[in-house]
Design a protein around this ligand. Sequence first.
Ligand code: A3P
Length: 344
Amino acid sequence: MDSAKRVPLPFKIIPLEDEVQKKIAKDFAGNPNGLVSCNHWGFKFSATVTEKELEDMYNHPLDPRDVWVVTPPKCGTTWTQEMVWLIANDLDYEGAKTPFIPDRWSFLDVTGVLDKDQMIKAAPPASEDGAPEGPPDMAGDPNRPSPRFVKSHLPFSLNNPRLLDVCKVVYVARNPKDLCVSFYHHMRLIRFHDFLGDFELFVDYFMKDLTMESPYIEHMIEAWNLRHHPNLCFLFYEDMKKDMKTEIRKVVKFLGKDFTDEQVDKLAEHLHFDNFKNNPWVNAEHLKPLGLMHTDRGNFIRKGKTGDWKNYFTPEMNEKFDKWVAEKLKGTDLTFVQELEKQD
Ligand code: A3P
């Protein structure tokens, strides 16, 4: 266990302007308190997060046996988590038959994403002995024994600053247009967000960095610049769609394992979208009875394609979005694949 001393949070939470806040609360019915901004990149959190919670995240205990998956939201986090967990656990498919969160993974920044008031409202009723059950504990106990598996949507600069010195981290990036489409559906599906507008309005929020845990491009640039760190394995969603076996082998090597071709084939099959979407342990089925999701707005594991953005962006939206992304990427050598000739 890394015994570094607790450090104070070097960031502050700053409220959004009243007008903006009111608009967010109206358009995202599941976030009636809106969002707050942090004075680092204007990173956005659910308005109910506290600086103490952010400081706890910043000081999350680290251990060299732990593995983290760090991504902006909707970049293939869940897909990557399942791959990482199975590789790290020597392909224990039996052990993988249990809800992903919280049994196998902790969701570090869950309090930064979900509105606490809404969580409490949606919690199951008090049990027979009168004890309130409360919302499901998705963050898990940070001090449970290692090896721990931690998912974080926070960028490196908001995570524990010693993270890469101590733990292995797998990072996944995705092209921002598919991320945006995926996030639009997610924000409609989850009752704690409950976006009521259309796609055009969502893109407007997205391009103003007024969506939960934005900005995403800065998040990806920061990780991209760290990609040669020996404790970081940087992946793209599009590469996983193009050739999953090659990406699996990368992670196998990164985690110090050695699997046969047959084992890699079987894992690729397990992770294939068609199987993955029917796997109850990863597709958040257990959250449906808790009322966290609308039941008539699709599934958490949704479409799994590169280039779905073409079904949503008009030429005008596309031009504007491309300019916005290009501006953010100026001076970096990070580029995104927008479509694939062949994807499985
Ligand atoms: P779409 O909404 O474009 O389908 P996250 O886990 O970070 O929330 O990412 C969710 C996105 O990853 C969704 O994208 C989801 O469908 C996609 N995804 C999940 N499992 C996948 C798989 N096995 N293959 C391809 N894409 C997958």
